[in-house]
Ligand binder design. Structure first.
Ligand code: AMP
Length: 281
């Protein structure tokens, strides 16, 4: 397994692979890898000749008062895990190599404005810009994203469609801890007491999944979910929403494919979770 830091050395490796006619899969991450990331890398390994994992804590997707400085990092551990999972290359650039006096950004309207976009207004601009750059640097045939960040996945799909990237976007299911908490690098911020409190997210998600049915009002589903979260003293709701699965706009009833998503502060840590409901099923 190779590790590159610069765009140039990464491009040279990719160029040689392309010359041999090999397919390339990309798993973009911010590192501090866990089983959620591992599931994406495994899927990527199954479907491609070459597997590239990017490990980059992307500064442009953090707001001014967010956790960029404290975001957990452990490159040696990440590197060992990627090696075990059979990755061929880790692209691990420095922020200065990715952004020098950058003026060009990629912004996807409307889909970015609801849900996480309300409290994190510049987040998806940062995400789309870095993913677009990674796509240009690595030219993958396929790229892998978790359903855990469902809005991000919908936005990337739209970006690929609107900007004509010839890249298949593969969505992968949410990986959870044994007790239901969705795996996240940010779970490491939680104290033991907060870790227990954080279970209100997955409990609310399970309740939503239980009661949702075709035509049910969003209000009914979301209120039951809110009740569960509000019963937890350490939890503070950012949002509990039902949206159209493609446009990310709020819907009044589950009369089409929808996303039901929550964002909740547990102490200072903001956690997200969601489920999709396909009316056709
Ligand atoms: P991150 O390092 O948090 O930016 O995540 C990198 C990729 O891993 C994103 O596509 C995430 O959606 C995905 N991911 C993170 N946590 C999970 C999880 N628990 N289950 C599935 N995918 C995940």
């Amino acid at each position: 397994m190779k590790v590159t830091k610069t765009v140039e050395e990464t491009r040279a490796i990719v160029k040689a692979w392309k010359k041999e006619g090999l397919t390339i899969g990309l798993v973009p991450t911010m590192g501090y890898l866990h089983e959620g990331h591992a599931s994406l890398i495994r899927k990527c390994r199954e479907q491609n000749d070459k597997v590239v994992v990017s490990v980059f804590v992307n500064p442009t997707q953090f707001g001014p008062n967010e956790d960029l400085a404290s975001y957990p990092r452990d490159f040696d551990r990440d590197s060992a895990l990627c090696q075990t999972l059979g990755a061929d290359l880790i692209f691990h650039p420095e922020p200065e190599d990715m952004y020098t006096d950058a003026c060009a950004y990629v912004n996807i309207d409307t889909l970015s404005q609801n849900l996480c976009g309300r409290t994190r207004p510049t987040h998806f601009k940062g995400v789309c810009t870095v993913v677009c750059k990674l796509f240009h640097i690595i030219s993958p045939d396929r790229a892998y994203f978790g359903q855990k960040d469902a809005q991000q996945l919908a936005i990337i799909r739209k970006m690929v469609q609107d900007l004509n990237f010839d890249i298949a976007i593969i969505g992968c299911p949410i990986v959870r801890e044994a007790d239901g908490l969705a795996k996240s690098s940010r779970n490491t911020y939680l104290t033991a007491q907060e870790r227990q409190a954080a279970l209100c997210l997955s409990r609310a998600i399970r309740k939503g999944q239980e009661i949702i049915k075709k035509g049910i009002s969003a209000k009914t589903v979301l209120q039951e979910m809110r009740d569960i979260i509000e019963a937890e003293p350490l939890a503070k709701i950012d949002y509990v929403c039902m949206t159209d699965a493609l446009t990310m706009q709020d819907v009044e009833q589950a009369d089409r494919d929808v996303l039901v998503a929550v964002a909740v502060f547990i102490g200072k840590t903001r956690l997200i979770d969601n489920f999709s409901y396909e009316v056709s099923l």
